[in-house]
Design a protein around this ligand. Structure first.
Ligand code: IDP
Ligand code: MG
Length: 179
């Protein structure tokens, strides 16, 4: 009798002190997306690679692929093809090819729109405080970060920058506390 009591007490103690994995799914849409994100040459030059990655990691997004690279003119023109007729296009191509970038794929629930929100508006002076551009940049042509703006853009840009073999498939135990 005395032994059973001890075991029961131990069990109760354990269940009170070990956090229980969240069982509900309130607020979750179940829409896990991948999005293409890049720390632009100004972010690398200013030593903000870590700060930018920290913000995406801290939010809870999961890194799926990453590389440090130089973008050549051909890739730059393809990546920014939608802006080919804009007055700033040549300046944009010159800028994005001017130094190394950190190209990444980030994954998570509604990652495309959510990371756009973390980035802030294109013009950093209009970007909300708390956003990457709002906190860390001033000029539109030095706005630190690129992020896909739609599902179609994410698919296209990921394919443009990454080979499927460059992705790491892994799981994180902490995901059950994020989604
Ligand atoms: P986004 O990066 O917020 O998606 P887009 O309109 O797609 O903004 O423009 C792509 C990039 O082109 C911007 O991030 C910025 O670096 C650059 N850009 C956009 N508008 C201008 C401009 O008026 N002058 C100079 N550069 C610009
Ligand atoms: Mg864009």
């Amino acid at each position: 009798m005395g032994i059973w009591k001890t075991i029961r007490q131990k069990k109760r103690k354990t269940s009170q002190t070990v956090p229980v994995k969240p069982g509900h799914r309130k607020g979750q849409t179940g829409l896990t997306e991948q999005t293409f994100v890049m720390v632009k040459p100004d972010g690398v030059q200013r030593g903000l690679v870590g700060e930018i990655i920290r913000r995406l990691e801290s939010k809870g997004f999961k890194l799926a692929a990453m590389k440090f690279m130089l973008i050549d003119r051909n890739l730059a023109q393809k990546h920014y093809a939608e802006h080919a007729d804009k007055g700033f296009f040549q300046e944009l191509i010159a800028f994005i090819t001017s130094g190394p970038v950190v190209a990444m794929v980030w994954e998570g629930e509604e990652a495309i729109a959510s990371i756009r929100k973390l980035m802030g508006s294109t013009n950093p002076r209009e970007a909300a405080p708390g956003t990457i551009r709002g906190d860390l940049a001033i000029a539109t042509n030095f706005n630190l970060i690129h992020g896909s703006d739609s599902t179609a853009a994410a698919k296209r840009e990921i394919k443009l920058f990454f080979d499927p073999r460059e992705f790491c498939d892994y799981s994180r135990n902490l995901d059950s506390w994020i989604k």
